[in-house]
Design a protein around this ligand. Structure first.
Ligand code: ADE
Length: 245
């Protein structure tokens, strides 16, 4: 799978993909990442990528021509998708990441300034993506997030088969808490059940903790969810315990 990132700040990507899982995936050739300087697709002396907005207002808007030229130059025949990163996009999530990983090439356009000429959204891209309800100073950090999250779904990138699916959100629950040595740290003890050797008991405890965390931090993930009956029992327990607190 190949990513092409179009940006006016290619230097922002120096090093960011070289370590960790994405770094390994690059070394193994499972993913390829190319960063393109949008200014290389301008045709004027000043390499201008932005201009004042029609209709007036402060700030600058990214011009359409260099963006169209850049995408047309880097897009490969066959199975490619093109996305604009902007706070106006639809929310990026695990399902979107998995879908993107099913394509051979993903082209990411990093928006900047007050916005991007609307004709880019209208005609050039397959979608507009936001990584959350906050405004970044540009799409570059969002592109890093997308490349990382999508790469994890590319076969052979994450070590143990199936472990991406066990991660949070695959099942729309937050992860259960994990502990390692030491058994006691600053008076804080690892829950006894984890030493019990009783795998069913441990699995039930983990499921309950995952549900508990989700109830507390992300109740929205549980809304409209068809819970398995075991989960319903655990949720009932959690509700009763919370009432008692
Ligand atoms: N560019 C600016 N803010 C953004 C966001 N929240 N997501 C994606 N791209 C952005």
């Amino acid at each position: 799978m190949r990513f092409d990132i179009i940006t006016i700040f290619p230097e922002m990507f120096a090093g960011v993909f070289s370590a960790g899982i994405v770094g390994k995936a690059l070394d193994k050739g499972r993913v390829e990442i190319a960063v393109h300087d949008l200014r290389d697709y301008t045709r004027d002396k000043h390499r201008q990528v932005d201009d004042r907005p029609f209709g007036g207002q402060e700030g600058m808007v990214m011009k359409p021509e260099p963006i169209f030229r850049a995408v047309e130059a880097v897009r490969r025949d066959g199975d490619s998708r093109v996305y604009l990163l902007s706070p106006q996009g639809s929310r990026f999530d695990s399902a979107a990441a998995e879908e993107m990983a099913s394509h051979r090439q993903v082209v990411l356009i990093c928006g900047r300034y007050e916005g991007v000429d609307e004709r880019v959204s209208e005609r050039l891209v397959d979608g507009e993506i936001s990584i959350g309800d906050y405004v970044l100073s540009g799409g570059e950090p969002a592109a890093v997030v997308v490349v990382d999250a999508v790469s994890r779904f590319v076969p052979g990138v994450v070590g143990k088969a199936g472990s991406v699916r066990n991660d949070s959100f695959a099942d729309s629950l937050l992860d259960f808490p994990q502990y390692t040595r030491p058994r006691e740290f600053r008076g804080l003890k690892v829950p006894q059940v984890l030493f019990s050797g009783d795998h069913r008991k441990i699995a039930r405890w983990r499921r309950k903790k995952a549900l508990e965390k989700t109830v507390r931090a992300r109740p929205d993930l549980l809304e409209g969810r068809a819970n398995a009956s075991e989960d319903e029992d655990l949720l009932e327990e959690i509700r009763n315990e919370r009432k008692d607190q």
